[in-house]
Ligand binder design. Structure first.
Ligand SMILES: [Fe+2]
Ligand SMILES: [Fe+2]
Length: 271
């Protein structure tokens, strides 16, 4: 089993697809991961699942990889601590990033209905998408992703696979924004929908990965001094950010549902 513990997960899943399915049962979503170069042993460590579940997971993986082998199930002796992934205790600076995700999630949740109501002939529809792209560029990227990339990740091993995956997600998100903007200029409805949708899917998974895996993993290794330092660095970075634009981003999300409703009404009137 040792040789698989130090093998990239994509290789293992390709050889034993059942491994991917078992990992998903433990909320370890390696199957849709874009890189797949994390080692099995690191994946188990990063997810920090309760020990009883970890022993059970390892037993099932070994049985899947070596069906003919007699695998001894390790006995869990201590009482399992009840953990709930939704009740993660983040340090104050990391909690701030989790809270910023809430605003970003409100935007991505509405992307499907925005796509439904894209109308190349309507200036309002076009403006809504332009404002959405500005929201991503400023709030999700300049304000949020920059804090992750320039500050938070300095506290991690930037060569680790999980950070590489996260950085690749950020790049892919940026390329979908550029492609949506290009498609909007050309008035290509299908391409606008395709890239907005791809952005939504990517960010949904990305935020889940950060909230449930990356941030708890980073938090576990931060000393009290580092938590304070991080908090101060986030404050410093935010002072330099244009407050007015941040407020504009918050208003954009607040008014988004109403603007979509107005688009729907106009669409009905045209019919
Ligand atoms: Fe991120
Ligand atoms: Fe994030």
């Amino acid at each position: 089993m040792e040789k698989y513990l130090i093998a990239p997960i994509k290789e293992i899943i390709t050889k034993f697809p059942e491994v991917g399915r078992i990992l998903e049962e433990y909320n370890i979503g390696c199957v849709p991961c874009t890189l797949g170069s994390c080692l099995l042993k690191d994946i188990v460590a990063i997810h920090n699942i309760p020990l009883e579940q970890e022993l059970n997971l390892m037993y099932r993986l070994e049985k899947t990889i070596y069906p003919d082998r007699v695998v001894k199930k390790s006995v869990f002796k201590k009482a399992a601590k009840k953990t709930n992934a939704k009740e993660i205790n983040y340090s104050p600076p990391i909690k701030r990033l989790v809270d910023e995700h809430i605003l970003i999630k409100k935007w991505i949740e509405l992307i499907p209905v925005i796509i439904e109501n894209i109308n190349n002939e309507s200036g309002d529809s076009r403006q809504l998408i332009l404002d959405g792209l500005d929201f991503i560029r400023f709030y999700a990227d300049k304000f949020h992703h920059a804090k992750e990339e320039d500050i938070l990740f300095e506290y991690t091993d930037k060569n680790s696979d999980i950070i590489k995956t996260i950085l690749q997600d950020h790049e892919s998100a940026r390329s979908h924004v550029r492609a949506t903007s290009e498609a909007l200029k050309r008035g290509n409805r299908n391409l606008i929908a395709e890239h907005l949708n791809a952005y939504k899917e990517l960010l949904k998974e990305h935020i889940k990965k950060e909230d449930e895996i990356l941030y708890p993993w980073i938090d576990r290794d931060l000393s009290t001094t580092q938590v304070g330092e991080l908090f101060a660095k986030f404050n410093e970075a935010e002072v330099k950010i244009d407050k007015e634009t941040i407020e504009k981003c918050k208003s954009f999300i607040k008014e988004l549902k109403q603007r979509i409703e107005n688009l729907k009404i106009k669409k009905e009137e045209v019919k």
